[in-house]
Design a protein. Structure first.
Length: 545
């Protein structure tokens, strides 16, 4: 019951502090902003998101650790260990806040993790012996300099693993929550009974889950530099002070650690500084590129950490070593698999051009027939929000447009963007008279009134009918991007059409995360035609951003 209450207290306190820190980050403008050009940047979030999340975890964790310090100091640990542990965490958080605020250069960023390691070692944390995978123990007391070297390399490796892993909402906080829980289970068993470590581990699990409430996709706050380093630091220290249970931590963090190792090797092979050069080739980025959502991607990492971490509870040293070899084999197969995929993609490009590459990758995704009203609304939402999950075909059907001149202006921009971003495009000929017949007598209807609903239905029914005929998995419309349209009515009609033609309607909020403004900004950058009215002769001119 004590451990449950500690877990609950950490979860609630961290969640509350995260809300406060979030507001503080907004006030100080410590925000991670999306890339100015989302089509070329490596960031995957779409709105300015507060940083400093590590401050909430740090505060909650160490407040409770000090309040219940007698439980942490009930075994072989003393105040020097606790103060060294706390001092290192404080250094990391200070450095993280400075980096989040001022975007420090890499050579300055690394100063804080190194000082944190010095604080831990200065507090008396050491490794006396290590388990030998082949049996027995390795005594390190005669080689006094080995322990600081191992601790330094281990903590640096753990911190940079969680730092580089922090590229998808909820990934780091969720895996560390699993890691804390597994260390808790390991140290609460009769064989390895260490109630002091169990207390610190369940505290970490609760704090991580409390933050995950805010960090789950779509994240409302990010860990920031300090938070991503802090979680790796705490997990790494717990692995050491629990009696060098490094094998357990390796099983929990195995795939992320191997991904970081492969990233370093890959970047060095390209002649790049692995800590200054950034790309979108991490395992989590590759999974997203295959069409998985952020939640599906983190779930795969969670499952691997949980399965291999729990296996460590039942394996001896040799068994853990074999489990680590299995993880290495999995990572090796993933690297080979992605390499083969890339080779096929390059071969496709060389033989049939970039369009074939797009079609090959699209085979792995669900198909979406997207009615497109205009290039500005369609380009951003398609390329930046949908292309990672769907194989998209644009459908240009807009009989409402008041003139052939307006139709051709919009179609020219749509054709240009479809060619630029390799979207298939289906075009219906201009037939305005039929639309006029359907809306006859509706000239005086208010905007978003019955005339507009007739117009929505006309285009959605055509899209749904075509999606059914050509066996698309989903259909939707870029009309949902514009705040000037009645999104509630459009979605209701879309669901009715879906039932009529037995094809799924993609019922998503295309206006979320400031999508309309971003779509307009992108249209400006690309020099697209940006119309000032809905399109029909009855619509009012709009004031564009």
């Amino acid at each position: 019951m004590f451990y449950f209450l500690i877990f609950l207290a950490a979860l609630i306190l961290t969640a509350l502090l995260s809300a406060g820190v979030r507001q503080l980050a907004f006030y100080w403008q410590v925000l991670d902003r999306p890339d100015p050009n989302p089509l070329q940047g490596r960031k995957i979030h779409t709105r300015a998101t507060p940083l400093l999340g590590g401050l909430a975890i740090f505060s909650a964790y160490f407040i409770l650790l000090f309040l219940f310090s007698r439980h942490f100091l009930a075994g072989n640990l003393d105040w020097s260990h606790l103060l060294g542990f706390f001092g290192g965490a404080l250094i990391i958080i200070i450095g993280g806040i400075l980096d989040d605020r001022y975007n420090l250069a890499p050579q300055r960023q690394i100063i804080f993790p190194l000082l944190a390691i010095v604080a831990v070692i200065g507090g008396g944390v050491e490794i006396v012996r290590l388990s030998n995978p082949l049996g027995g123990l390795l005594d390190l007391r005669s080689l006094f300099f080995i322990s600081p070297i191992i601790i330094g390399l281990w903590l640096l490796g753990m911190m940079y693993t969680t730092k580089l892993l922090d590229g998808v909402d909820g990934l780091v906080s969720g895996i560390v929550a699993i890691g804390g829980f597994i260390i808790f289970l390991f140290t609460i068993t009769t064989r390895y009974y260490q109630p002091d470590i169990a207390f610190a581990a369940i505290l970490l699990s609760g704090a991580s889950l409390g933050f995950l409430i805010w960090n789950w996709h779509p994240a409302k706050i990010f860990l920031g530099e300090g938070g991503s380093l802090l979680l790796g630091y705490i997990l790494g220290v717990l692995a050491i002070i629990s009696g060098a249970k490094i094998a357990i931590a390796l099983l929990i963090m195995g795939i992320p650690i191997l991904d970081v190792a492969w990233t370093i090797i890959r970047r060095l092979s390209l002649g790049k500084n692995p800590f200054r050069f950034a790309d979108r080739e991490h395992l989590h980025h590759r999974l997203l590129n295959l069409g998985l959502s952020q939640r599906q991607t983190v779930s795969i990492f969670y499952a691997l950490s949980l399965v291999f971490g729990l296996s460590g509870l039942f394996l001896q040293s040799r068994g853990k070593f074999l489990a680590l070899l299995v993880l290495v084999a999995i990572m090796f197969l993933l690297v080979i698999g992605f390499w083969v995929f890339d080779q096929k993609r390059r071969a496709g490009r060389s033989s049939t051009g970039a369009a074939s590459d797009s079609r090959e990758a699209s085979n792995l995704k669900k198909t979406l027939l997207l009615h497109i009203c205009c290039a500005p609304c369609g380009t951003y939402i398609s390329q930046y929000r949908l292309a990672s999950r769907f194989s998209i075909t644009w459908y240009f059907y807009n009989p409402n447009l008041a003139s052939l001149e307006e139709y051709e202006k919009r179609l020219a921009a749509v054709k240009a963007m479809a060619a630029k971003f390799n979207f298939s495009l289906l075009i219906e000929p201009y037939e305005h008279s039929a639309w006029q017949t359907k809306t006859s007598g509706r000239a005086v209807d208010a905007e978003r009134g019955e005339r507009c609903r007739i117009c929505y239905r006309e285009r959605l029914e055509a899209t749904g009918r075509l999606a059914n005929k050509k066996k698309f998995d989903y259909f939707s419309t870029t009309l949902l991007v514009s705040p000037y349209k009645d999104a509630v009515a459009i979605k209701a009609i879309g669901r009715e059409v879906a039932n009529l033609y037995q094809v799924a309607f993609l019922d998503e909020d295309f206006q979320a995360d400031d999508a309309y403004r971003l779509s307009q900004n992108l249209a400006k950058e690309l020099g697209l035609y940006r119309q000032k009215f809905c399109g029909c002769e009855y619509s009012c001119p709009l004031k564009l951003a």
